[in-house]
Design a protein around this ligand. Structure first.
Ligand code: SF4
Length: 262
């Protein structure tokens, strides 16, 4: 496939950007190790990056990820600019155009970011987002466990809703994602709820989701919804009261701390 990755920085937000203030990550800089194309093993219909066109074997065989040196240069520039601006920084968040756990040199990426952090913002936490579907080797588990927090997506309680709401492009199930999450340390679960033609807020779905979450034993669960209705007609933001209701069930039944971001 054609690949224009990281040969220039003309694409939307490059290999790093920020700082951005958010309730979940505080004041944070985002690092995008995935380059210009969307690189993800899910194709969530609500995704604000649009559809996932590349399939996993194509990503593995043909995709040219940005190099560690390119990501380092961009991240140092962004952090130095923030420092020059006297910004306080809580988090360096590895996120970007898809699922950053697919970056092939994840351990080296962490080591580089750790050096950059120590030089410029020694108190910042280095965290990563993932859907948890392709952390399937000892190497990838060890690399993920270097991060200070791992935010794993878990939007569904049943495999049926997982298929609808996340459309995995790899073979996975809720129990596989839970089993992966149990091998990871410092896990925060992030769960996005929607209503309309897809609804993961029903009583039965929430009941199954609560049981899956309790098996993971995360440090915290972030419960949120879309910031705006997506391009796909019929998918709606979840009602704010319902989000607080879901949070109260998890806290009451399983004593797991939640953060609701309506
Ligand atoms: S896992 Fe995240 S990046 Fe991937 S399709 Fe879903 S919302 Fe988009």
């Amino acid at each position: 496939m054609q690949n224009a990755v990281a040969k220039d920085t003309t694409y939307e937000w490059g290999l790093s950007h920020g700082p951005i203030q958010s309730p979940r990550f505080g004041n944070h800089v985002e690092v995008n190790p995935l380059g210009q194309e969307k690189v993800c093993s899910f194709d969530c219909p609500y995704c604000n990056l649009g559809p996932s066109y590349m399939r996993m074997n194509q990503i593995k065989k043909e995709y040219e990820f940005p190099s560690i040196a390119e990501i380092e240069e961009s991240t140092r520039m962004t952090l130095r600019a923030a420092r020059a601006n006297n910004e306080n920084l809580n988090t360096i968040l590895v996120s970007g155009n898809g699922d950053p756990s697919l970056y092939p040199n994840l351990s080296e990426l962490y080591d580089m970011l750790s050096n950059v952090r120590d030089d410029i913002y020694p108190d910042a936490s280095i965290e990563i987002l993932t859907n948890g579907a392709k952390i399937d080797t000892r190497k990838s588990i060890d690399a993920m466990n270097k991060f200070e927090k791992i935010h794993i997506k878990l939007d569904a309680g049943s495999d049926k809703v997982l298929k609808q709401i996340n459309t995995p492009l790899v073979r996975t199930t809720i129990s596989q994602i839970v089993s992966t999450a149990r091998k990871l340390e410092n896990v925060v679960i992030q769960s996005l709820f929607v209503q309309g033609i897809m609804d993961n807020t029903t009583d039965s779905e929430v009941e199954e989701w609560v049981e899956s979450i309790s098996l993971v034993e995360p440090k915290e669960v972030h419960i949120y919804t879309l910031q705006q209705d997506p391009q796909v007609p019929g998918i709606k933001k979840a009602d704010e009261n319902r989000l607080y209701f879901i949070s109260s069930i998890l806290e009451r039944k399983k004593k797991i701390k939640t953060l609701v971001v309506p």
